[in-house]
Design a protein around this ligand. Structure first.
Ligand SMILES: Cc1cc2nc3c(=O)[nH]c(=O)nc-3n(C[C@H](O)[C@H](O)[C@H](O)COP(=O)(O)OP(=O)(O)OC[C@H]3O[C@@H](n4cnc5c(N)ncnc54)[C@H](O)[C@@H]3O)c2cc1C
Ligand code: FES
Length: 317
């Protein structure tokens, strides 16, 4: 792991993606990320550390025709990653294609006792095609942990947490189930995919202790109206106290409506094309409601203020 020293937070002294790649650099980021005065106080006790973690590939296998599962040995700092946080991966070149920027990837699983972090990714462009070439023993530079992860309510012990995920969103939600169950919550995961062969993580989530409901386009159970009925039924049998989603605009709109009606708080993990991923370049800015139910918009950086946001403040895309 290399380290980069600065005595201000990234909002005060933003490093570009290239600077962050310089050897020997670490970026301590101030945790007061929404406070414009943050980072000016060198005595701030809430500094977050990120680093260019030099990880070693343990395995990188296909799990279905579209997705690969990447398992890495990682340094201690990388093992502090929480559900919903991500790493900015320096994907290697594939064939003659060289990815210009790093690519953001949510943590899929972290096993600190085994010095292990894992990713589940869809092979779709130049960056992920490069990732797909990695073999056991290769090195991968993973900048992170980055972003704000999920914030489970303090009452997690009495909670019923709903996970609603589609496609690659399944990768982001899986570690949340682990965290919620470890905190004593009951977890129901509704996994949506085009076909049964593209449903991932069901075993992982089941082993973690979650109830699983699989809906697919093939058997026409993933239709938004049907999923809404399903959520209402789940809520009626055991009231949902926290609702989370990732990966689908249509599911987001439906969940926002149902959660507002049933007064269920929640969060969403967003995906957005990124440049620096540390709050400096503003490539990832999106509009948000200033507060739940408000028509007034504000603009936030997905990499820095998120990628996990309040369910009702998020605008659909
Ligand atoms: C916080 C976060 C977590 C993520 N976690 C995961 C994960 O766990 N697993 C996973 O598979 N993916 C994840 N992603 C998505 C992943 O980072 C992107 O899909 C990434 O772009 C893939 O890189 P690529 O080079 O393979 O594909 P790209 O070449 O970037 O293309 C991917 C797709 O995006 C389109 N695209 C490219 N550039 C733009 C643009 N500027 N505007 C709009 N569309 C564009 C392409 O046409 C293509 O369909 C995450 C993204 C974020 C922000
Ligand atoms: S990607 Fe640069 S500010 Fe978010």
């Amino acid at each position: 792991m290399t380290s980069l020293q600065t005595d201000t937070c990234a909002a005060e002294n933003p490093a570009s993606g290239n600077e962050a790649r310089a050897p020997g650099n670490v970026v301590p980021l101030c945790a007061h990320r929404n406070d414009p005065t943050s980072g000016k106080d060198p005595t701030c006790s809430q500094m977050l550390s990120i680093a260019e973690n030099q990880c070693v590939v343990r395995s990188n296998e296909w799990v279905n025709p579209e997705y690969k599962h990447l398992v890495l040995s990682a340094p201690d700092l990388a093992l502090t990653v929480r559900a919903g946080q991500f790493f900015h991966l320096a994907c290697p070149p594939s064939n003659d294609e060289v990815p210009y920027l790093r690519r953001p990837m949510s943590i899929y699983r972290v096993v600190p006792d085994n010095q292990r972090i894992e990713f589940l990714y869809k092979v779709q462009g130049v960056g992920t095609r490069g990732l797909a070439q990695l073999n056991r023993g290769d090195t991968l530079d993973a900048l992170g942990p980055l972003g704000k992860g999920f914030d489970l309510p303090a009452t997690a012990g009495a909670a019923h947490v709903l996970l609603l995920a589609r496609g690659v969103g399944l990768a982001t939600m899986a570690p949340l189930a682990q965290e919620a169950i470890a905190a004593g919550a009951h977890v129901t995961a509704v996994l949506s995919a085009r076909s049964p062969s593209l449903v991932m993580s069901a075993d992982y989530l089941r082993d973690a202790g979650a109830d699983i409901v699989i809906v697919t386009d093939d058997d026409q159970t993933s239709d938004v109206v049907q999923v809404e009925h399903l959520i209402r039924r789940l809520h009626a049998s055991r009231p949902v106290t926290f609702a989370t989603t990732c990966g689908s605009n249509r599911l987001l709109s439906m969940l926002q409506r149902v959660a507002a009606e049933l007064q269920i708080p929640g969060q969403i993990a967003l995906e957005q094309h990124m440049g620096c991923a540390i709050g400096a370049c503003y490539a990832c800015v999106r509009p948000f409601r200033k507060s739940a139910g408000s028509d007034e918009l504000t603009y936030r950086r997905v990499c820095w203020d998120g990628p996990v946001f309040d369910l009702q403040e998020t605008t659909s895309w």
